[in-house]
Every structure is written in C-alpha cells, then in structure tokens.
Design a protein around this ligand. Structure first.
Ligand SMILES: Nc1nc2c(ncn2[C@@H]2O[C@H](COP(=O)(O)OP(=O)(O)OP(=O)(O)O)[C@@H](O)[C@H]2O)c(=O)[nH]1
Length: 393
C-alpha cells in the first residue's frame, strides 16, 4: 500500500513538472506597436524582421528561463528627441549672423551719413553701398531720394537722427504690412499642406526640416513627404530631420513618381490626423521645361486632396540678382505664396530681401541664417533692419 501511495505522489510530481515546462512555451506576447517618428515606405515587414518572442522570467516560477531576455542593444533604444528652440525672437538671437551684411549696409552707410557735409559724392557712395548689398538699382534710387529729401527738409544732422531715418526708409522698403503668416493650421479635418520648391542646392530639404522643427516647437504635429525622388540622399536627409523630432517621413522608391509620393504623404497625414504635411520637392532648373511641368503635376495631384495651403520658394541669398530670374519662372509654374531666403549668414548682400519682394511682390516669410537645425527665423522687417544697422552706432 505504501508503495502505491509513493508511486501516485511521484506521478503527480512528474505531471506537474511537465505542465510547468509546457505552459511558458505556449504563451504568446503581443508585439509592441510601432513607435512614432519612423519612415513609411508603404511596404510590410517580412517574417524575418519580426523579433523573436521573449518569455518573461517571472512566468517560470523558479525554473531556469527557457530563453534568456537578450540585452537591449544601444542601437535599439528609442533615440532621444530634440527639443527645438522656441521661435519667438529668433531673428534677434541670430542677428550676429548678419555680420557680413551689417558691415556693408550698416557700418558702411552710417560712416558716410555721419559726415559733416553730405555732398553729391557722399550720396553716390550711399547708393553704391545699397546696390552692392543687392538692394537693386530701382529700389536704391527710390530709397536714397526719399532719405535725401528728409535730411534736406528736416535739416537732420546728428548720426542718431540719420540712422533712425535710414532705418525707417529701409523698413518701409521691406513692406512691413505684407502678410507673412505661414498657413500651417489644419482645417476641415485635414492637415495644412506646405509645398517646398526651388533650384538645386538652394536649401529646400534643410528648410523643410527646419520648418518642421519650428512647427513642433509651437506644439504642432508634422509629417514629411520626401517627393525628391531623384536624389536618394535627399529622402534620407529628410527622414533624419524627422527622426530627430519624432515626425514620420513618407517616401517612395528612388526614381519613382514624385507626385505619387506627395499624394501618399498627404493621404497619410489625413489618415493619422496630422496638423501639417511638409512636402520637399527635387531641385530643378527653371529652364528645364520637363522638370517644371513635373512640379506643376505634383501640385495638381496633391490638390486632389484639397488646395495646397502654402507654396514656399526657397532662394539662396548668395546667388544675388541671378536668383530673381529663377524665382520669377517658378512663380509662373506654381502659385508661390512665400519666399524663404536661405544662407543670409554667408553673404554681405542682405539687401536682396528688399529686391526679392519688390521684384516678385511675394513676401519673404522666413530667413535661413546658418546650417544649424534652429537657424531659421520668421522674417520681421523692423528687427531685420535693426540687425543690419547694428547697435553700435
Ligand atoms: N550657411 C547656410 N547654409 C545653409 C542654409 N540653408 C541650407 N544650407 C546648406 O545648403 C546646402 C544645401 O542644402 P539642401 O537642403 O541639401 O539643398 P536642396 O535645395 O534640398 O538641394 P537639392 O535637393 O540638391 O536640390 C547644405 O549644406 C545646407 O546645410 C543657411 O541658411 N545657411
């Protein structure tokens, strides 16, 4: 009888042990949802890309774990997101970047204006300074004429007074009443759509990334559309900007149809309730008819979802007056609503802002003042002129 009892106990222990081994194997854990800030390529992951299941150690109740939890590799950790700088007052913070233009326009002009007697030669020097700072001939003549008249009528003589009058004239030439708001608010249940266009190397991708950061700093959600399908590195570059701030990037196959990528990006933005979709397009030369037609197509296809809210033309300030002709052609193909003047930190020709607005009749909305991620500022005529003239006079 004792043998029978012992045999039954042994059998129970063996069965319990076997069950203990089986149950953990049968458990299944759900995969975690995809974290935000990734890249969408419209392809599903293959079986091989799904990581192996991991059984938590506490489920084994004393038994050694069947599969040890692998250490989390550094590369698998979610990258820390950047905290973009607030946008208010950026132009003032970045004013030192205008140093080269300041030397020509600010110090140069003021040293002439502070002379005891402003003769013809002095006024000619003033005109030359403005023209060499790319203000443009017409704008310069109008500006100098007004300033001359004011100095004559008011009998202005102190440097401070002349400086104030010059600042007023330059600010007036920048048409401070133009509407410079970026239309990036979502509406009617769909995101605002911003299209970024321009010639090669003007700074389109960089500006797209910087604008995304500006919007995120202001509490908006952003999605990037990499419609520059000519240059694989451009899509990569844009996705990196996105990852740094947790924004998704929709991209297509290299050499694919840019219009279809732009369309998919807006669709994805609608489906995921994004505030603003920023579409980067490939750089194109204004004299290449095919490329310009393609840009028109991108816009038309995107507009199947609704109107494009903002079309920003990116102009490289260092190309000076040449950039103006390029700009004019772009405005004929797409309805440009704002200009972003990049690389103002790399030129002594800050006066180009005046020429651009005067020639195109389109407001400069943002200015690029460096390669850093937050080196983009909303354009404010008064603060810009103060930065050009400097405070040491
Ligand atoms: N100094 C300075 N460099 C800038 C600024 N904006 C852009 N850049 C630089 O200009 C170069 C070209 O910028 P991208 O954004 O690649 O230009 P892109 O227009 O997208 O170029 P493509 O796609 O080839 O047409 C990069 O080295 C940028 O860092 C700026 O405001 N200041």
């Amino acid at each position: 009888m004792e043998y029978v009892v012992a045999a039954v106990i042994l059998l129970v222990v063996l069965v319990a042990g076997a069950v203990g081994l089986m149950v953990p194997r049968m458990r299944r854990r759900e995969l975690p949802p995809q974290a935000g800030g990734g890249t969408t390529t419209l392809e599903r992951p293959t079986e091989d890309e799904i990581p192996p299941l991991v059984v938590p150690a506490e489920a084994d109740e004393g038994l050694p774990p069947l599969i040890e939890e692998p250490p989390v590799l550094e590369t698998e950790r979610k990258p820390e997101l950047d905290q973009p700088e607030p946008t208010a007052g950026r132009l003032v913070r970045l004013r030192a970047r205008l140093a080269r233009s300041q030397t020509v326009l600010g110090r140069g002009l003021l040293s002439v204006l502070s002379r005891d007697h402003l003769d013809e030669d002095a006024w000619e020097e003033i005109e030359d300074s403005l023209i060499s700072a790319d203000v443009g001939v017409e704008a310069t003549q109008a500006l100098v004429e007004r300033l001359r008249e004011r100095v004559r009528v008011l009998g202005t003589r102190t440097v401070a007074e002349v400086r104030a009058q010059l600042a007023e004239e330059l600010t007036a030439a920048l048409e401070p009443d133009m509407d410079r708001t970026l239309r990036t608010e979502p509406h009617e249940g769909r995101p605002a759509v911003v299209l970024v266009v321009g010639v090669n190397g003007a700074g389109k991708t960089t500006t797209c990334g910087k604008i995304g950061r500006v919007l995120i700093a202001d509490g908006r959600s952003v999605l990037f559309g990499a419609a520059d399908t000519f240059r694989a590195a451009a899509a990569e570059q844009l996705a990196t900007w996105g990852e740094r701030v947790g924004a998704e990037t929709v991209r297509g196959p290299e050499g694919g149809d840019p219009a279809s990528v732009a369309f998919d990006a807006v669709k994805r933005g609608i489906d995921t309730g994004i505030d603003t979709v920023l579409i980067d397009t490939a750089g194109r030369l204004q004299n290449k008819v095919g490329l310009m037609d393609e840009l028109g197509k991108v816009k038309r296809v995107v507009e199947k979802h609704g109107p494009v809210d903002e079309t920003l033309l990116i102009l490289d300030a260092t190309t000076g007056q040449n950039g103006l002709e390029q700009a004019r052609v772009f405005t004929e193909v797409v309805d440009v609503t704002g200009v972003v003047l990049t690389k103002l930190d790399g030129t002594a020709k800050g006066g180009i802002v005046i020429a651009v607005q005067r020639k195109l009749g389109i407001p400069v909305k943002l200015v690029g003042l460096g390669e850093g991620p937050d080196d983009l500022a909303p354009f404010e005529p008064g603060a810009f002129v103060e930065a050009l003239l400097g405070s040491d006079s």
